[in-house]
Design a protein around this ligand. Structure first.
Ligand code: FES
Length: 145
């Protein structure tokens, strides 16, 4: 099987069977974002305990790239320290900009590396990550308040 076919299968699997969809009952920061180019949207919830991503869940309407990216992101960062999750976000940004990145760290997200060749789809792939980074900011502000 060609690598592109394998990546396509991984993306479709996450799109058709998204992991960590839904909502967190308690102690979560919630962020709602939309992709201005198409109007698709995501609501992401993040629960952090003792500096660890205890849970991350999402709901949204979007294309295969955006839903697969959210699903893969949730699997990749859940259980990681917040610092590591933010490093992975940086790594993902690098990969999606077509810059050298340590894609092995990104797990299934590696399947999205071809998106860097399609500027119109980059926003789709980044929607969930932008929501995650916003949620981290809000979580930090809440802790300071
Ligand atoms: Fe809307 Fe991809 S086309 S998020």
């Amino acid at each position: 099987m060609q690598l592109d076919d394998l990546y396509r299968q991984v993306i479709m699997d996450h799109y058709q069977h998204p992991r960590n969809q839904g909502q967190i009952e308690d102690g979560a920061v919630s962020v709602h974002l939309h992709n201005p180019t198409c109007g698709d949207e995501i609501t992401l919830q993040l629960a952090v305990e003792d500096g660890i991503v205890r849970d991350v869940r999402f709901k949204g309407i979007g294309c295969s790239i955006s839903i697969a990216s959210a699903s893969m992101m949730s699997e990749t960062i859940k259980g990681k320290s917040l610092e590591e999750a933010l490093e992975l976000a940086e790594e993902f940004h690098r990969m999606i900009r077509g810059e050298p990145a340590d894609t092995e760290r990104l797990g299934d997200l590696e399947a999205l590396q071809g998106v860097s060749k399609f500027p119109a789809r980059v926003k789709c792939a980044l929607l969930a990550w932008n929501a995650f980074e916003r949620a981290v900011q809000e979580q930090r502000q809440e802790r300071r308040a």
